[in-house]
Structure formats: C-alpha cells, structure tokens
Design a protein around this ligand. Structure first.
Ligand code: AGP
Length: 364
C-alpha cells in the first residue's frame, strides 16, 4: 500500500492516532436526536423483523472476533437479545444448528477473510439472515451479506488492526442502540448512550495525549518473557484484544483470562517475572477486580492497571476517562494499543509487517 504516512514512522502509529476522527466518522449522520436512536441505512431489517430476532450470533476472526465479543455484550445489555460471538472458522466446522430466528453478523475489516466468507456462504445456503459489519466497501463479505453496516475506519494498512477494531465496536454500539430502541430500551436510556457516544472522540484524544507516559511504561515492561491480561465481563474481551496485539507485534507471549478464572489455574504462573495487565473499570465489578489485584500482589506479581482512577494495589495505573459503563471497553483498549506499539518499538520489531502474518487471510 502506498498511502501517505502523514509524518508518522509507521502505519500503526498513524492509524492509532486517527481514531478520534475515525470514530467521529462512524457516528456521523447516524444519530437521531428526536427519537434518541440511530439510523443505519443498509441493515435491510424493518422494525417488525428486528422484534422477531431471538438470538444474535456474531462471527469473525482474530481482532474482529474480539470486537464481536464486545458487540455481543452491547447487544445483550442494550437490546436484551441473547448474543454471543464465536470464531467464524470454528463455527463452520462444528455443524451448527442454523436457526431462522437468529440474526447472524459477520465481522471483518478486509471483508475478504476466507473463514468468515465461507461461514457466511454456509449460513446463507441454510436460509439464515446474515448482516455484515465490514470496513472495506464492496468487499466479498459485504457483497455476500443480506445487509449490514460499514464501520468507516478508512484504509488500514498495518497488518495489526487498531482503528478498525475501535470503529467496529462503535458500530456495534450503534446497532445495539438501534435494536434496543426498537425493543425495550427507553428514550432516556437511548439518550444516555448517545451522549456517551458523542464524548468518545474527545476522550480518545485525551488518552492519546498520554502517549509519552505509556511509552515509559512499555519500556519498563518490555523485558518480560510473558504477560498476563485480565478483565471481567466487559473487560475480558479488552484483555483478549490487548494480549493479541502484544503477541502480534512484540512477539512476547501473552495470555488473557477472565480475572475470576485466575484461581482456577493461571494463578500458579504468577511471580515477579510475569507481569499482569488488569482492566479495572469503575463499574459494578470494581471490588471484584480489586480483589484479583490483591491475589496477584500477594504472589509478588507486578501489575499494570488500566482504570478510571489510581489503583493502590497496582505498581502502575493508566487512568482513562470514564464514559457510560457499556462504552468503557472502547476507551480502555486504546492505551493498550500504545503499550503494544511502544513495547514492539523498544524491542526493535518490524511493527507494520510482523513475521508470519498477512493483512487479510484469504486462504483457509
Ligand atoms: C489483527 O490485528 C489481526 N492481524 C487479525 O487477527 C485479523 O483481525 C483477522 O485476520 C481478521 O481479519 P479481518 O478483520 O480482515 O477479517
């Protein structure tokens, strides 16, 4: 690709920096302040059909799968429709029960990932309704789907996805709000989420301004051979995505676990040489997450928290601005993109073209 790097040393850095504008783009023209809802033109799903959905199944690979996990949480909490996400390739091979009342959503930056495309084709062959949440306009998955929404992240060149992940999650928030307002989400709740969405671009800019501090932290943790990422419920997919990002570009081994699962096994790994990155939002699980930090500290583990306020059990805290609980995962992922970036930079890695990976995986 030959897009201008716009003064950045890498496409990844450029794309991380573009996120305030990218999020602004996915929101633009879609918010309806009169009914406190959103309009998504290409869904091809009328209100009656939307009310008939009994389940949502989201399919994607890698980072798009992680965005789908957050999307499923948004759809469950705002639209109260049971929703989950699954890697597209696994879904296709376990001979899934395809149900006419389930809405299937395929997620893909490139719109060309073979595993996702093949899952869409199999679903359509079985008569399912499939929507696409896709970045590249006119791509194979966008064409194959019955409708959907573009995430408008703009061209993403770096092999690892950053701005498209963020925009995909915002697109899911819009979809969840849309479905919620057709179903049981109140006008006041719709307004609360819309106000939260509108705050995102400025809050992302605020996080990006702390890059110099995050760089220092990255340099401090770059000697780790392995890292643990933990979070709960909304925070868990953030941990999964942050650990994938670190693995892809720094080649440091990383694992992601729900914080609640630590005591069921991975706690055995905790020692000073294995730092933990913990997602600790100020939400209903704050005390539970803090208890997990205590367990790690008791085993002399180093902790880097991403939180809404300083965490005393952590060795370091990256403080991010608070939004609505449902939208916090969008913001908590951003500093961890920078952490992965600066770790890889400190280790001298080829950030835009990590070894063994391709931007779009068009083979099985
Ligand atoms: C992202 O950092 C990865 N390189 C990878 O996991 C990617 O998200 C996956 O291959 C799916 O690609 P897609 O979104 O273009 O379908």
């Amino acid at each position: 690709a030959s897009y201008d790097m716009g003064g950045h040393d890498t496409y990844m850095h450029k794309e991380i920096s573009e996120q305030p504008d990218a999020v602004d783009r996915v929101l633009r023209g879609r918010i309806d302040d009169r009914f406190n809802t959103v309009h998504l033109g290409g869904l091809n799903l009328d209100a009656r059909e939307a009310r008939g959905i009994r389940r949502v199944k989201i399919l994607g690979c890698g980072t798009s799968y992680h965005a789908g996990l957050i999307g499923a949480g948004l759809i469950e909490s705002l639209a109260r429709i049971p929703a989950d996400a699954e890697p597209a390739s696994e879904f296709r091979y376990r001979n899934p029960v395809v149900d006419p009342d389930t809405l299937y959503i395929a997620v893909s930056q490139s719109g060309e990932t073979y595993d996702v495309l093949a899952a869409v084709q199999e679903l359509k062959r079985k008569g399912a309704r499939v929507l696409g949440v896709v970045n590249v306009v006119g791509s194979a998955i966008a064409r194959e789907a019955d409708g959907g929404t573009y995430v408008h992240a703009g061209p993403e060149v770096c092999v690892v996805s950053t701005k498209c992940f963020t925009n995909t999650v915002v697109a899911f928030a819009l979809l969840a709000l849309h479905l919620g307002r057709i179903r049981d989400l109140s006008v006041a709740e719709g307004k609360r989420i819309i106000e939260g969405l509108r705050k995102l671009p400025a809050q992302i800019s605020e996080i990006l301004e702390s890059e110099a501090d995050i760089k220092k932290l990255a340099e401090e943790y770059a000697d780790a051979k392995s890292m643990m990422f933990i979070g709960r419920v909304r925070g868990y997919p953030v941990a999964l995505e942050a650990s994938l990002k670190l693995k892809e570009i720094s080649y440091i081994h990383a694992e992601a676990y729900p914080a609640s699962e630590l005591k069921h096994g991975p706690l055995a790994l905790i020692e000073p040489a294995l730092p933990t990155v913990a997602i600790v939002p100020d939400d209903e699980l704050l005390e539970k997450n803090r208890a997990a930090l205590e367990e790690i500290k008791a085993r002399s583990g180093r902790i880097l928290a991403v939180a809404h306020r300083e965490q005393e059990k952590a060795d370091h805290t990256i403080v991010v601005p608070k939004n609505e609980d449902e939208l916090d995962p969008i913001l908590m992922g951003i500093p961890l993109q920078l952490l992965a970036y600066h770790t890889a930079l400190a280790l001298g890695r080829d950030i835009d073209k990590p070894r063994n990976l391709a931007k779009s995986v068009t083979v099985e």
